[in-house]
Design a protein around this ligand. Structure first.
Ligand code: CDP
Length: 216
């Protein structure tokens, strides 16, 4: 039986870093599901389309290939913003569901487990996941992490204010949409990373997972 670990949480909560770290530790396959929405958004933007147009976005979602996920431009903040608009469209979410579930249940490379990170993994994509983690941190802390990632020590107070504003808007959009909103599954373990570095979060997650796998 494949082990499935679901990691959900808001922007810059550290879920991607944690997912990759855990995948390395357990030698499991890892899927950043945000990259799927980002890649679809980038395809629409590059074609000069409208990210609010469900039909255009659906066409892009159906054409999505592995290559699109490797494009570095999917990481841009503008792509993230567009991804969060596109991610509210039910047809797009539906079109990406099978890929995510196949990855979870039949991980590439015949790995013994899969780790998926996103917004709705524990609630919609893999409600049957063996372990569900929900990673949070205050908006200010998350904005500070993004700020340091993007500007190092050269950013201004205005740059920080912009990032905090983007993060707050994205939280609001992701949490309030009708389909698959960002929320913790009822049986998820909550991890607040406001005052913890990645090492501490990794150790806590590891203990939770090991405990859970032993008792299941
Ligand atoms: O890395 P960051 O947290 O900034 O964003 P991401 O995980 O790459 O996701 C980009 C956007 O895709 C999010 O703001 C969500 O709106 C959307 N998303 C989603 O709706 N469901 C997922 N499972 C993953 C991402």
């Amino acid at each position: 039986m494949t082990v499935i670990i679901a990691i959900d949480g808001p922007a810059a909560s550290g879920k991607g870093t944690l997912a990759r770290r855990l995948a390395r530790h357990f030698d499991y396959a890892c899927l950043d599901t945000g990259a799927l929405y980002r890649a679809v958004a980038l395809m629409v933007l590059r074609a000069g389309g409208d990210v609010k147009n469900e039909q255009e976005a659906l066409k892009a979602a159906r054409k999505l290939s592995q290559n699109d996920l490797n494009d570095p431009a999917i990481k841009n903040e503008s792509t993230g913003e567009a991804a969060s608009i596109i991610a509210a469209l039910p047809a797009v979410r539906d079109a990406l569901l099978d890929f995510q579930r196949d990855f979870a249940h039949k991980p590439p490379g015949n790995k013994a487990g899969a780790i998926l990170d996103g917004r709705d993994i524990g609630t919609v994509v893999c409600p049957d996941a063996d372990i569900k983690l929900f990673i949070t941190a205050t908006a200010e802390t998350r904005a500070k992490r993004r700020f340091l990632e993007q500007f190092g020590t050269t950013g201004s107070a205005g740059d920080f204010a912009n990032i905090l504003d983007q993060i707050t808007r994205r939280d609001q959009r992701d949490s309030s949409r009708d389909v698959a909103p960002l929320k913790a599954a009822a049986n998820a373990c909550l991890l607040d990373t406001t005052n913890s570095d990645i090492e501490a979060v990794f150790e806590t997650a590891l203990a939770l997972i090991s405990n859970n796998l032993r008792t299941s």
